[in-house]
Design a protein around this ligand. Structure first.
Ligand SMILES: [Fe+2]
Ligand SMILES: [Fe+2]
Length: 242
């Protein structure tokens, strides 16, 4: 079942819960002059996500299809979206474009962003932060919607379960529980902890986001800098325990 929640003005969280895996997959629609979808979702959920977007706007008018890294839940349905939205352009890191996305979509129209670059869409400004291997993958990065202070934070703050769409309560403890749980099974080593992880998380904290829009689990509304610093500390402590 897909749930839609407006987490900031004209920014909608579209969430589908997979009971068998106890996980939500969220996409974020930013409505405006040039509508942007952050995460396409997998091909398998394209019909339900498309219908959710269609309840908010005409999907054919989507202009930007942005995501963090090259993985099925991030961008698996890129080609399906591009087939119904002829002017839609993928947006990812320059590495993502060069290494995977141009080949995947069969043309070189993708917008490959470099660290600190801004995408202006008229009603919104998105700053791209390149963060190799955070949360994971060489091409990873984050988009910060500066108009409302929303950080689209991909797999960071992943909380398992059918969580509430938006919360002001702590999400770090639950994110810790998810990493610990995954470490015991086939999904171990989900997000690497490297010598640059702490610094990258602190760079994100400096953006002082007001909303942390997680792909899996509740979006957090509140002191985003504090939450990111707490998350960084949690990751450091987990790393030192292993
Ligand atoms: Fe991922
Ligand atoms: Fe993910």
């Amino acid at each position: 079942m897909t749930k839609i929640t407006e987490i900031a003005p004209d920014i909608f969280r579209i969430s589908t819960f997979f009971e068998a895996f106890n996980i939500q997959f969220c996409q974020f629609l930013v409505r405006g002059d040039e509508p942007l979808l952050f995460h396409t979702g997998m091909r398998g959920i394209f019909p339900v996500v498309r219908d959710a977007v269609a309840s908010l706007m005409d999907p054919a008018k989507l202009r930007w299809l942005a995501f963090s890294h090259f993985e099925a839940d991030e961008c698996g349905a890129l080609n399906e979206w591009m087939s119904i939205a002829p002017n839609a352009v993928p947006v990812c890191s320059l590495v993502g474009k060069m290494v995977s996305v141009d080949d995947f979509v069969g043309n070189d129209r993708s917008r490959g962003m470099t660290d600190g670059e801004v995408l202006e869409t008229g009603s919104h400004r998105f700053r791209f932060i390149a963060t190799p291997h955070v949360p994971h993958c060489w091409e990873a990065g984050f988009m910060f919607e500066e108009t409302n202070g929303v950080l689209f934070c991909s797999d960071l703050f992943h909380q398992n379960g059918d969580t509430e769409p938006l919360t002001t309560s702590d999400v770090v403890e639950s994110a810790r529980d998810t990493i610990v749980e995954y470490q015991k099974g086939p999904l171990a080593n989900y997000m690497p902890y490297t010598k640059s992880t702490d610094g990258e998380l602190k760079r994100l904290a400096e953006l002082k986001p007001k909303v942390l829009a997680a792909m899996h689990g509740s979006a957090f509304e509140g002191d985003g800098a504090q939450a990111l610093n707490d998350y960084a500390l949690m990751r450091k402590m987990l790393d030192s325990e292993n």
